[in-house]
Design a protein around this ligand. Structure first.
Ligand SMILES: [Ca+2]
Ligand SMILES: [Ca+2]
Length: 236
């Protein structure tokens, strides 16, 4: 009886382990030793990556300037975005968007690596959607790096308290450029950097971590194990 209880207990624990649900590394599916070629298809899992607000994109090195967390060597691309809004306009209207179904999943945690150029917006805002259409802010505006053209790695947003994003086919998130807090203009990334629409934000290792919603079968097994233990104690 103890072994049954132990087994069923570990079945539940194992099913709650967080793992990568979807991840983009933007590297070519088949390495071609060229960082200016890559893909927006996920390297792990399924999902779609797109831009909002008419940004233009290209692939550029994920290794240069300190590098992202991507362990790839020789063909490490990142997703480069530019053509941001004119100064004083379009707050939170331009950025990157990722849609990932979380059906059967919970404890959603999103992370990404980002490299701002000197003239990119210093501030970004994380947003999520539960219907694939309407996005809402989550958390305060995120401050950019103190140094332009350097990687800020593993920025993390924990959505485990937002139950509406669990088990949801229409989950998605955006990172958009936003005005400096309390103001109506974009700040440049560095103190000396003057904001420009040609500033770039480069993304790598965009990752959605999640853990499976415990399956009823394992909960039933746990219940059976506990019942057996209770009987054993009562009989003992
Ligand atoms: Ca490539
Ligand atoms: Ca990469």
């Amino acid at each position: 009886m103890r072994s049954l209880l132990t087994l069923s207990f570990f079945a539940v624990v194992a099913s709650s382990q967080a793992a990568i649900l979807t991840q983009w590394n933007f590297n070519s599916t088949t390495s071609d030793a060229n960082t200016s070629t890559g893909t927006t298809a996920p390297a792990i899992g399924t999902g779609t990556a797109s831009v909002v607000g008419g940004l233009t994109t290209s692939f550029a090195s994920g290794d240069a300037s300190g590098g992202s967390t991507d362990p790839a060597v020789g063909d490490d691309s990142a997703w480069n975005t530019t053509t941001y809004a004119a100064q004083g306009t379009g707050d939170k209207t331009r950025g990157v968007q990722f849609l990932v179904s979380t059906v059967g999943q919970q404890n959603i945690v999103v992370s990404w690596d980002i490299r701002h150029s000197n003239t990119a917006s210093r501030w970004t805002q994380f947003q999520y959607t539960t219907d694939g259409v309407n996005f809402v802010d989550f958390g305060a505006a995120i401050d950019g790096p103190a140094t332009g053209d350097s990687w800020n790695n593993t920025r993390t947003v924990d959505l485990s308290t937002v139950t509406a994003v669990n088990n949801n086919a229409n989950f998605g998130f955006r990172v958009v450029s936003t005005f400096a807090p309390g103001g109506s203009t974009y700040a440049g990334t560095t103190v000396a950097g003057t904001y420009a629409t040609s500033g770039t934000m480069r993304y790598d290792m965009v990752t959605v971590n999640a853990s499976p919603v415990p399956e009823p079968a394992s909960m039933i097994a746990l219940g059976a194990g506990l019942l057996a233990l209770a009987r054993r104690r009562r009989n003992g």
